[in-house]
Design a binder for this molecule. Structure first.
Ligand SMILES: [Mg+2]
Length: 297
């Protein structure tokens, strides 16, 4: 993704550093325990309904949850998730022998190849431009997902010690939410629990990829060993690596202990300069084994 004024305009306020440290933090599954709720009750049922997969709903659910919860693509952009799930389903023997016709969504694949900020607004523009019936399916699915998420918004509190960690960091670090969730939902979730005032910026899917967001917010502005990304998914780690930043993993299923360790140990190490690559590799050993890149669905 290239840096443009349009991208920068998506960040409220001035991006010039106010502190010498920078912390980027993911939201769903990292700060809030919302991944299972959103994926199982909002994204997946609407995926099955919108794309006519009722007859193979068991396979569809298994594939959706593999892509969005249990594999290296956990936390990816929702439109990428649709393509990846359909790709897995196409290879599934149970689907091959069924009469169900999976949508090809070639227009979605083309759009994702050239769109740096895949979100509802940019999808609407592509739909208006092409008049594609398949893109309209995707658009209506996305709206249905947001409506379902809206009903459960703000119910799930942050993990213990998230607030305390943010409060401990904010005097020394510029903190930014880096996420692929729509910005409106993010602002609502963070405001609902009084966390929005503890961070400098909140960036959602409209501001581009996580890697692109991190680059725009940090490139040439902080020493690499003073930039930290906190996240629960391989995509968060990838964003950190591409920007030569440090990474702290929040382990899915072990989030409370991950935050305790961050609050009691990693945070001081980061500020004192002892958050070394050796320390990071030790943390990542457990993290990496959780996420296969592929498996038969
Ligand atoms: Mg996440």
């Amino acid at each position: 993704m290239s840096s443009t004024l349009h991208d920068l305009a998506l960040f409220p306020g001035d991006l010039a550093p106010a502190r010498s440290f920078f912390v980027g933090i993911d939201s769903d599954g990292c700060v809030f325990d919302t991944m299972e709720l959103k994926q199982r009750t909002c994204f997946c049922p609407n995926f099955i309904d919108s794309f006519g997969l009722q007859a193979v709903s068991g396979y569809a659910r298994e594939a959706w949850e593999f892509v969005n919860l249990h594999s290296r693509t956990r936390g990816c952009n929702r439109y990428e998730a649709v393509l990846r799930t359909l790709e897995l389903l196409r290879e599934h023997p149970g689907i091959k022998s069924s009469p169900v016709a999976l949508p090809k969504l070639a227009g979605l694949a083309t759009w994702l190849q050239h769109e740096p900020s895949p979100g509802l607004t940019t999808l609407r523009a592509e739909l208006d431009r092409t008049g594609s019936a398949e893109l309209e399916l995707v658009y209506l699915w996305s709206i249905a997902v947001d409506e379902a998420i809206g009903k459960s918004a703000g119910i799930v509190p942050p993990f213990p010690l998230v607030r305390e960690s943010l409060e401990a960091m904010r005097g020394s670090a510029d903190i930014m939410v880096i996420s692929q969730t729509p910005s409106e939902t993010l602002r609502r979730d963070w405001a609902q629990h009084g966390l929005d005032g503890l961070v400098r910026h909140i960036a959602g899917q409209e501001a581009g990829t996580k890697s692109g967001q991190l680059r725009l917010a940090t490139e040439g502005m902080y020493c690499p060993d003073r930039i930290l990304m906190i996240g629960d998914a391989p995509g968060d780690l990838e964003a950190a690596r591409r920007n030569k930043a440090l990474f702290y993993p929040i382990q899915p299923g072990n989030e409370v202990e991950s935050w305790r360790r961050f609050h009691d140990e990693a945070l001081d190490r980061f500020f004192e300069g002892s958050f070394t690559m050796k320390y990071q590799e030790m943390l990542l050993e457990e993290f990496s084994v959780q996420y296969p890149s592929a498996r038969p669905v």
